[in-house]
Design a protein around this ligand. Structure first.
Ligand SMILES: NC(=O)c1ccc[n+]([C@@H]2O[C@H](COP(=O)([O-])OP(=O)(O)OC[C@H]3O[C@@H](n4cnc5c(N)ncnc54)[C@H](OP(=O)(O)O)[C@@H]3O)[C@@H](O)[C@H]2O)c1
Length: 397
């Protein structure tokens, strides 16, 4: 299947409700400037040590103090977010996943993201069993004490313990979970409270009413949802509208060059309902960066070796054919493969902001550089041509 499975609206349609504007990062004080110089040196040395596969290619770098960031409306809301959301699943505790960075390793990355103007951060209660929320709150407070400048998203649904009520989307679990998330994050409210999956064990009436009450209580400003079937999402959106409840404004779905099944139903639905898509794993958990190899598939980075979730979803021959196209176009444009994969997703009309993962400084620079890479229609077609349909990947059931 070379063509998208579903005809999508042109980019103009996206711009009509994304309404972007540009803002220059706030000027630094003298102390901050001196600290930045020292930090920049440390950062450069650390970045040098951490250069990963494909790093021989020159990439566009941006200077934090002078960087400008364009902000887009999140879906149809009035909230402006950077066109990249930083995925905080990478930061927390190695006890949860070997490839996760502990707080000290995470600090330079979060700092750089804030300095570059990224204002949108995504975590979840379950990441590192709560520790990701703790690290997210702590580091964001360090680098951006002005809470109103931050757009923080977290999630509820997955089990937090073996307890029968410590999971799912019952009123009981939602009410307990939002309070626990606020406490771990150290904030009074989250910007986007997301259901991590659909809960077939709880009625949508119970879930939607409880979520709306969370918004009414001021504990969350907006609601979002994550991977599920389009019919489930529409059923909830319709219920919310009929009852005058707070509605989901975002869909955090699984979408990238090697998994495009969302183009069939979910993405057209989101465009129709003006729900902003904030895709997770836009680089297919690193697979699209050219650092994962054919063969046993367990190549050099810790995550490549130990991320079994990625090995379960990708690594098919046709997936590698797409990576070959990504690498080929990256070489022609003299950029990194990751930048081509991100430029592709950034070109999609429904996408408000992909949620990127960065475990090394150069990866954050690559992502920022991708914002200025515009692919041609021909390049987009070449990237999409080798795609073959996949079974549903990334839903709970
Ligand atoms: N809603 C959900 O169900 C769900 C599911 C998954 C994720 N998420 C969210 O999405 C976020 C992002 O997920 P993800 O980490 O899987 O995203 P991703 O952006 O697809 O993958 C990130 C990985 O790609 C590699 N990478 C990134 N930039 C690179 C570059 N320039 N060159 C080479 N390799 C590069 C790194 O792997 P190495 O570490 O191996 O270098 C990094 O850990 C998460 O933090 C979380 O917030 C949500």
């Amino acid at each position: 299947m070379g063509k998208p499975p579903f005809a999508l609206p042109s980019k103009g349609a996206r711009e009509s409700y994304n309404n972007s504007y540009t803002q220059t990062a706030a000027p630094l004080s003298k102390t901050q400037t001196a600290a930045k110089g020292l930090f920049g040196l440390i950062f450069w040395i650390w970045g040098f040590w951490n250069l990963g596969p494909g790093s021989g290619v020159q990439l566009p770098m941006s200077d934090s103090a002078n960087s400008t960031m364009s902000y887009l409306r999140l879906g149809s809301t009035g909230v402006r977010v950077s066109p990249l959301c930083l995925g905080m699943m990478t930061y927390g505790s190695k006890k949860w996943r070997e490839w996760v960075l502990e707080e000290d390793e995470s600090r330079p990355l979060v700092r750089r993201a804030v300095e570059a103007g990224i204002n949108f951060f995504d975590t979840a209660d379950m990441y590192s069993r709560g520790e990701s929320e703790v690290v997210t709150g702590k580091l964001l407070r360090e680098f951006q004490p002005r809470r109103e400048e931050l757009v923080i998203a977290t999630k509820v649904f997955n089990p937090m313990s073996d307890g029968p009520n410590d999971r799912g989307l019952s009123r009981k679990h939602i009410m307990a979970s939002i309070d626990a998330s606020l406490k771990r994050l150290g904030v009074d409210y989250v910007d986007v409270y997301q259901i991590h999956r659909f809960d077939p064990q709880t009625s949508i009436e119970e879930t939607c009413e409880a979520l709306s009450d969370v918004v009414k209580a001021g504990k969350a400003l907006y609601l979002g949802a994550s991977s599920m079937y389009a019919w489930q999402f529409l059923k909830m959106l319709n219920f919310q509208r009929e009852k005058g409840l707070a509605r989901f404004v975002t869909m955090q779905n699984h979408y990238n060059l090697v998994y495009r099944e969302e183009e069939r139903e979910m993405i057209p639905l989101c465009l129709d309902q003006q729900v902003g898509c904030i895709p997770w794993s836009p680089l297919a958990r690193g697979f699209l960066t050219g650092s994962r190899k054919r063969g046993d598939g367990k190549s050099e980075t810790t995550r490549a070796r130990t991320d079994d979730f990625a090995h379960g979803m990708y690594y098919r021959d046709s997936d590698f054919d797409i990576v070959d196209r990504v690498t080929e176009i990256a070489a022609q444009r003299e950029v990194k493969p990751a930048q081509v994969a991100l430029a592709w997703i950034l070109s999609k009309p429904a996408v408000s902001a992909p949620i990127v993962g960065a475990s090394k400084p150069y990866q954050l620079e690559d992502a920022i550089g991708a914002l200025s890479l515009k692919l041609t229609e021909d390049e987009i077609q070449r990237l999409e041509a080798p795609y073959e349909p996949h079974p549903i990947l990334g839903h709970s059931y």
